[in-house]
Design a protein around this ligand. Structure first.
Ligand SMILES: Cc1ncc(COP(=O)(O)O)c(C=O)c1O
Length: 441
């Protein structure tokens, strides 16, 4: 069988054990007023929730239940006739909490608003979202084409876990040109069916951008049935909307900017229903869904998402403006200070803001970087990013310690690299903190 030309459809996926469960609809949403389309920041306060379904509670209660009662035996039968296909129209209402629940459904509706996505799923972590996506789309003999670098656990899952099930990969560097992307996809097609193109932009930890439009054009020319998934954790959902640039599935670690308070772990995928259905079926089977309590916390986070991301980004611009000319700073990897060139060109086409996570290269090596980190008084020394508080870490000695030296060198993960995620504190206070820490170097 010529696998590389086989259409990737839900029919070619492994048979799902459970079918998706459509929801009981809340009242009709108000999404326009007088011809004006309401903005996501407005919709975050109520979209997807109907108080009349919850005793009039203004905010959704947390639904701690593992199962949902049928209204009658006939309703239960009707439900199962729907999910088994014996009746047109599919299942009605909620049935079991491994498949979905009210808090998760409201959250999924609201997340989808930001990306302009038809359907969204939430997961127990960014990694469980990514793992469920990869397992849903790939089978033995398939090839994943991905950009590099990826978040270390994603790279490991593709290279080591998916390899155990006969799935191989080829990769191209994040900044690759159309010609280079074409060549890597062509190499992938020689190895087997290209089941998935997986991108991360900006990449963790280098901030390198992928030209999503060029990848989409290459896909259309070389493997038109293959979906493009992209990890949008660093800039999304505010500063980048990859579905508008040719991607099919957007992936998130919601632990970061979406959660935004460094107090929860969650993940998400969004896209057209056609692409999300196979992932939903596998999530139903595996139970990688997010719990109701964390979903509720995320609903709260989304109400302030725009102002948090705007403030953190304005702070990062101010801090980087101070750092860029400091004599003890060798360089900055900040999207707001890209020199003219192909990365700036991608930035202009794909992004509406630089975010607040960047690399700071301290003049010197590990000793100087450590002295800087240990001297910070406001910024906390911790991995992760996207919280209300400023965090700083040392990728070479922490998150990327196990990466071989040659790969670290190729990715620019040097001993003097400090990764910073700016929060929503006062910008002047943050500058004062960096100033006194650099004095100690
Ligand atoms: C870009 C990116 N994707 C995915 C993940 C994994 O997300 P989680 O930690 O929520 O599983 C991370 C975590 O740092 C990340 O930075």
């Amino acid at each position: 069988m010529a696998l590389s030309t086989q259409k990737v459809t839900p029919e070619t996926m492994p048979e799902p054990v459970d079918r998706p469960t459509p929801r009981r609809k809340p009242k009709r949403e108000v999404t326009t007023i007088g011809g004006r389309t309401l903005k996501p920041s407005t919709l975050m306060m109520g979209y997807g929730y109907d108080p009349t379904l919850s005793e009039g509670a203004l905010k959704p209660p947390i639904f701690l239940t593992s199962t949902f009662a049928f209204e009658s035996a006939a309703a239960g039968k009707r439900h199962f006739e729907g999910i088994t296909g014996q009746r047109e129209g599919g299942a009605e209402g909620l049935v079991y909490s491994r498949f979905n629940g009210p808090n998760q459904e409201i959250l999924e509706d609201r997340l989808g608003v930001w990306d302009g996505a038809e359907d969204t799923l939430v997961f127990s972590s960014g990694m469980s979202a990514i793992a469920t996506l990869l397992l849903a789309y790939c089978q033995a003999g398939d090839v994943i084409v991905h950009s590099g670098p990826l978040y270390a656990a994603t790279e490991g899952f593709i290279a080591r876990v998916m390899a155990r099930y006969g799935v191989r990969y080829v990769d191209f560097p994040a900044g690759a040109s159309r010609a280079d992307i074409d060549a890597v996809i062509a190499r992938g097609k020689e190895m087997g069916r290209v089941a998935l193109i997986y991108l991360e932009s900006p990449a963790n930890p280098t901030n390198a951008l992928v030209d999503v439009e060029a990848v989409a054009a290459a896909r259309d020319a070389l493997c038109p049935e293959t979906p493009i998934a992209i990890d949008n954790t660093f800039l999304g959902p505010l500063w980048q909307r990859p579905l508008d640039h040719g991607a099919d599935i957007v992936v998130y670690s919601l632990t970061k900017y979406a959660g935004g308070h460094s107090d929860l772990v969650a993940g998400g995928v969004s896209g057209a229903r056609y692409w999300i259905d196979p992932i939903r079926a596998l999530r139903n089977t595996m139970g990688t869904i997010l719990d109701p309590n964390t979903s509720w916390m995320l609903l709260r986070s989304l109400e302030t998402l725009e102002i948090r991301m705007q403030r953190a980004t304005a702070n990062a611009v101010a801090v980087c403006d101070y750092l860029k000319d400091h004599p003890k700073v060798e360089g900055l990897g900040f999207l707001g200070l890209l020199p003219e060139g192909s990365q700036k060109d991608i930035y202009r086409r794909h992004c509406t803001g630089p975010g607040s996570t960047f690399s700071l290269f301290v003049r010197g090596g590990e000793a100087e970087a450590f002295r800087f980190l240990d001297s910070l008084r406001i910024a906390k020394l911790a991995v992760s990013l996207g919280g209300t508080e400023t965090l700083a870490s040392h990728p070479a000695a922490m998150t990327h310690l196990s990466v071989p030296p040659e790969r670290k060198a190729a990715l620019g993960i040097s001993d003097n690299l400090v990764r910073i995620s700016i929060g929503i504190e006062d910008a002047g206070d943050l500058i004062a903190d960096f100033e006194q820490a650099l004095e100690k170097v």
